[in-house]
Write a protein that binds this ligand. Structure first.
Ligand code: SME
Length: 171
């Protein structure tokens, strides 16, 4: 089986797990941490996987939530900055094949070559996003985008039904 075929199989397994976990998890902090750990652990080109959630006290600010991978200096990102801010401002997934060629990019590791950020919506409103970095250039193709957007959709639905407001980075 090729690496690409293996990745397709793993993405399917992750989505299956996430559907089940979102239906049964009581703690959103735990669900988010397990999600990033699983994605990071299973998909070798997904070298940093994390959540940025809009600050409930200041909707112009993204706060770092659970993540897997190296520590980042960007724990709070204004929605006017970075690839992360662009995904909120544009209201859609942003894929950057070569981060070093993108003036919006906020660097968190010199090893990062490409990035994908997909907004998470609850009740139609953006509440946060999934951010994934790769050490491989142009690592995120059509299938990756479909996968990351599906993760965001499942989590958005989860946030709609959990007791907490669904906002904030720390669950
Ligand atoms: N690269 C992001 C910043 C977050 S780190 O990748 C973890 C950006 O440009 O917004």
């Amino acid at each position: 089986m090729s690496i690409q075929e293996l990745a397709v199989e793993k993405r399917g397994e992750i989505l299956e797990w996430l559907e089940g976990a979102a239906a049964s998890s009581a703690s959103r902090a735990e669900l988010l941490q397990q999600t990033v750990d699983l994605i990071h652990g299973k998909l070798p080109t997904y070298n940093w996987v994390g959540f940025y959630m809009l600050d409930p006290a200041d909707a112009s600010m993204l706060e770092l939530g659970p993540f897997a991978g190296a520590a980042t200096p960007h724990t709070r990102i204004p929605v006017t900055e970075g690839i992360c801010g662009a995904a909120v401002a544009q209201g859609e997934t942003v894929v950057v094949d070569d981060v070093n060629a993108d003036p919006r990019y906020l660097s968190c590791s010199i090893e990062t070559k490409s990035e994908i950020v997909a907004p998470i919506r609850a009740h139609g409103e953006i509440i946060g996003e999934i951010d994934i970095d790769s050490h491989t250039a142009a690592a995120f193709g059509r299938e990756d985008r479909v996968f990351v957007e599906r993760c965001a959709e499942i989590l958005g639905r989860y946030f709609e039904i959990v007791k907490e407001s669904g906002r904030g980075a720390r669950g």
